[in-house]
Design a protein around this ligand. Structure first.
Ligand SMILES: Cc1ncc(C[n+]2csc(CCOP(=O)(O)OP(=O)(O)O)c2C)c(N)n1
Ligand SMILES: [Mg+2]
Length: 419
């Protein structure tokens, strides 16, 4: 069948469905050659009151500070003392040691489920260090580094993961879905992206009450497809809420490549359509992540409203302990990632400054592994997954309603009678 346009015959079936490609599939050789990665130090730092459209180059580019030799270059290089840099390195090594231990414990059947953030440690660690303690965090399950910087005891996190008597959530949440009110760390939700609108609502309330604390929210690349993200961005832009909206683009959403949610451009570019200043940052560059977060937080505190930030990184390991990435991506992909490892890059920077050495690094990694092993022993002394003690079953009726409704009270009595 043919149609006619301006007298010329055209096929009525010329349209084609575009199916995005993965960065690699099993058996293929990984090749990130087509990624446009600007040199470190090449992007400008705009004023805090920049207009959203004047951030287009930053949304399509990538803020980078650490160059290939580990030097800090360009307008975004933050003023951090060697002591602060070493604290950042320590937190990242601590997170990695914790992840490795918990993963092994899951494999030995001592916890039911776990999620690592290997390769993405700089995101949560540098961002938490750049924010104020009173700022409210609305994370996903992959920002455990926030808790390390805010000082949550690891024993508490482990107790949560094995739902023993020391679990602050009384066995009502999945492992790694932490909640820590004292640290201004909002409860993690299994329903992806709900935290985005909650963060915007919290930030609107903070501004309405005249407080100076801001909110920060995180969402994964795949989860940006959720309507909640778009609803949140609309409210944030309209009311100029003091919020930092982060997208952690780690290239994968379980087995779905980021290309299925990115629409063929950067995630950061989506912020421009909502009239929100937007930037993309090298998420494996501790200094760049810190600098961009400081800038966005200063904007929010000065009354300039939200900032949308894409953190460009790579999920080195499986999505969770229930996932095997060998089924959907090439086994050499993590090694081919061109932006390196965040811990190695910050280490190299400190060594260049004469403020760190290979020996100190090896000793610190060993010290932290031993400290995590000690924490695990203290956690299981409060109960194991298999044998408990756990919170009693009837406690599930508590803390939900101010007054327990009659039908639930009857159920609670039945449970009590049985136990
Ligand atoms: C609303 C909703 N849809 C689907 C899921 C199942 N699910 C859990 S994690 C996940 C992938 C998320 O990927 P991404 O947003 O990129 O975050 P990442 O895990 O890579 O950090 C999916 C589809 C869910 N938990 N909630
Ligand atoms: Mg992802």
């Amino acid at each position: 069948m043919t149609n006619s346009v301006d007298g010329a015959a055209v096929s009525a079936y010329a349209s084609k469905l575009h199916i995005p490609r993965a960065s690699s599939r099993p058996g293929e050789t990984s090749d990130f050659q087509s990624l446009a990665i600007p040199p470190a130090g090449s992007l400008r730092q705009p004023p805090l009151d920049v207009s959203p459209q004047d951030t287009a180059d930053l949304a399509h580019g990538m803020v980078r500070v650490l160059d290939d030799e580990g030097r800090a270059v360009g307008a975004w290089a933050p003023e951090l003392t060697p002591r602060q840099l070493r604290a950042g390195l320590r937190h990242m090594l601590h997170v990695r040691a914790y992840d490795e231990r918990m993963f092994r414990m899951q494999r030995q059947g001592k916890l039911s489920f776990y999620m690592k953030c290997t390769g993405e440690e700089a995101v949560a660690v540098a961002q938490a260090m750049a924010l104020e303690d009173g700022d409210m965090l609305f994370p996903t399950y992959r920002q455990q580094g926030l808790l390390f910087v805010r000082g949550r005891p690891l024993v508490d996190m482990m107790c949560h993961c094995i739902s023993n008597a020391g679990d602050n959530l009384k066995g009502r949440q999945m492992p790694v879905f932490y909640s820590w009110k004292q640290g201004n760390f909002f409860s993690i939700s299994g329903n992806l992206a709900t935290q985005y609108s909650q963060a915007v609502g919290w930030a609107m309330a903070s501004a309405y009450k005249g407080e100076d604390h801001i909110a920060a929210a995180w969402v994964g690349d795949g989860s940006t497809a959720e309507a909640d993200v778009h609803n949140a961005m609309l409210f944030a832009a309209t009311y100029r809420a003091p919020v930092l909206l982060n997208v952690v683009n780690n290239q994968w959403a379980i087995s779905t490549p980021q290309s299925f949610a990115s629409t063929g451009t950067t995630f950061a570019a989506r912020g421009l359509g909502f009239n929100i200043p937007s930037l993309r940052v090298d998420g494996n560059d501790f200094l760049a992540v810190y600098a961009v977060t400081r800038w966005a937080a200063a904007r929010a505190r000065a009354g300039h409203g939200p900032t949308f930030v894409e953190l460009f990184t790579y999920r080195v390991e499986g999505h969770s302990t229930s996932d095997n990435p060998a089924g959907y991506r090439s086994s050499d992909e993590a090694a081919a990632w061109p932006l390196g490892d965040p811990i190695e890059r910050l280490k190299q920077h400190l060594v260049n400054l004469g403020e760190w050495s290979d020996e100190q690094h090896t000793a610190l990694a060993a010290e932290l592994q031993a400290s995590v092993a000690g924490d695990w022993k203290r956690a299981i002394a409060l109960g194991t997954l298999e044998d408990g003690p756990h919170w009693p079953v009837e406690s599930m009726f508590e803390d939900v309603f101010k007054e327990i409704p009659e039908h639930l009270r009857r159920q609670q009595e039945k449970v009590r009678a049985k136990s």
